[in-house]
Design a protein around this ligand. Structure first.
Ligand SMILES: Cc1ncc(COP(=O)(O)O)c(C=O)c1O
Ligand SMILES: N[C@@H](CCOP(=O)(O)O)C(=O)O
Length: 469
């Protein structure tokens, strides 16, 4: 499998290079040159098989020859053995034709674990094969950071720098990042928003000298391997409710558009998906964009679903590229307008192609709280605020086909908001032990690229000792 950049000016790469590259060298995002297909017979055979078995089948065409099959299989099995639920991503019925796909049974209680547990193993494997070390930089609105720190904890080939917006993540999320005892892990609170953190990560990748000096790699969903691993659960979930004989729709609580793009990819690979529904909180830029055709930034504000408080939705670029017929000139022009004037208009044909697959809805803070309360009352099911955004939007879109809402986080990550909504404060699973009383270790930096680069230079072994390990 070969991968092309959405901006058309970066080298075409194989899987292992894309895995380490993170962002393409032209500032674009890598996507597969062609979509592999999974046959209806294969999809039918997924029902009842283990998550790891399905993952191996879905991921193999993306990895190609770059990683030997036996190594891929071992890493997949190890990654999914870290989950507390034997099904890894079980489905729970919460209404007539409405299911929640619980993606929060991994080590840090959010869907990010599903991809991150595998990504860490894949990266370590490729770095070891090449005798290299890397500096990993990541931006988080709360969940990616903890998942990455947990997954890479044992890696001695990487130093990890996770940027989070100061004061804008939940206490559980913060502590999952700041209580790591690994000397190679650096949690950095940035005086800014998640979008500021993500912009600095992208700026570091776009600074060619720094990128090569630090041997930068990324763990955000700009990295194709993250999306790839997230495709798998669309197949397992759809097969459990009758695919390929029955179509299914998915509603996805959305911020950076990675998770729902994985659903789009699954559809392009042959999964019979009816509608893909983007669910946003009050930071509703994607809902407005699908409605008006204009992507227009207005400023982000804090909500009870903080991981979705995002305005620059990275992976929307992948959709614009693919749904727009892979027209790199049109894509570059939209991205330039976004940078210059914080807005762009989607060409009509591209917008039509997007609307042919996607719907969108947004929820207010009040509706999100009401949804948590209502589902607890009627089904005794406790939603986290992100999943509640999804469930509320899904309820407004349910038709004749089964609807699966992605359950992206465990309610115990957001105990204060859940308690305010319904009076119940969900406890952390025992696996989290003394998380809330352990000492924290993190630094605070201004929203300043030069200061951050100096901070990384001082601490990264790839900078101090060189990329060869
Ligand atoms: C709990 C939770 N729900 C939803 C999202 C949105 O997912 P995406 O950014 O892939 O759209 C995130 C963060 O990304 C998250 O952490
Ligand atoms: N919601 C995310 C934001 C980063 O998203 P990613 O999928 O691109 O890593 C978070 O929790 O950090």
């Amino acid at each position: 499998m070969r991968y092309v950049s959405s901006r058309g000016e970066a080298p075409i790469l194989g899987f292992a290079d894309v895995l380490l590259a993170g962002l393409a060298s032209d500032g674009g995002l890598y996507v597969p040159e062609t979509w592999p297909t999974i046959t209806p017979e294969a999809i039918a055979s997924f029902a009842g098989r283990s998550y790891a078995d399905v993952a191996i089948e879905v991921l193999t065409p993306f990895v190609g020859e770059d990683i030997p099959a036996a190594d891929l299989e071992r890493m997949v099995r190890e990654a999914y053995a870290t989950f507390r639920h034997p099904a890894v991503a079980p489905l729970v019925q919460i209404g007539d034709r409405h299911f929640v796909l619980e993606l929060f049974h991994g080590p840090t209680l959010a869907f990010k674990d599903v991809a991150m547990q595998l990504l860490a193993r894949l990266m370590d494997h490729v770095l070891a094969e090449r005798g290299q070390r890397a500096t990993i930089v990541g931006a988080t609105s709360g969940d990616t950071g903890g998942a990455a720190i947990s997954a890479f904890a044992g890696s001695d080939r990487t130093d990890m720098f996770i940027l989070f917006p100061k004061g804008r993540v939940s206490p559980v999320q913060q502590r999952q990042m700041t209580t790591s005892e690994a000397a190679s892990v650096h949690a950095v609170a940035i005086e800014g928003t998640f979008d500021d953190c993500q912009a600095m990560v992208k700026a570091m990748f776009n600074d060619r000298a720094f990128r090569s000096e630090a041997a930068l790699s990324g763990v955000n969903s700009i990295n194709w391997a993250r999306i790839m691993a997230q495709i798998v659960y669309y197949f397992t979930a759809a097969a459990s409710v009758g695919a390929p004989a029955r179509k299914v729709s998915f509603t996805v609580p959305t911020g950076n558009f990675g998770d729902i793009f994985a659903g789009y990819a699954a559809k392009r690979m042959g999964l019979p998906v009816d509608r893909l529904i983007v669910a946003t909180n009050e930071n509703d830029i994607l809902e407005r964009t699908l409605r008006t055709g204009r992507y227009e930034m207005e400023g982000v504000h804090a909500t009870m679903s903080p991981s979705m408080d995002i305005e620059i939705s990275s992976n929307f670029e992948r959709l614009l590229f693919d749904a727009g017929g892979r027209d790199v000139d049109a894509l570059r022009s939209m991205m330039q307008q976004l940078q210059q004037s914080r807005a762009f208009t989607i060409p009509e044909a591209t917008l039509d192609a997007i609307r042919a697959e996607f719907d969108a809805g947004r929820t207010s803070e009040t509706q999100t709280a009401e949804t948590i309360r209502a589902y607890l009352g009627t089904t005794a099911y406790l939603l986290d605020p992100h999943t509640a955004v999804g469930v509320a939007v899904a309820d407004a879109h349910i038709g004749d086909v089964a609807m699966i809402t992605l359950g992206t986080a465990h309610p115990a990550k957001f105990p204060a908001s859940v308690k305010a909504a319904c009076g119940i404060e969900p406890p952390l699973p025992p696996s989290h032990g003394d998380l809330m009383t352990k000492g924290e270790r993190f630094d605070v930096l201004p929203n300043d690229l030069a200061a951050l680069q100096a901070y990384i230079r001082e601490r990264s072994r790839a900078v101090r000792l060189g990329a060869a390990a």
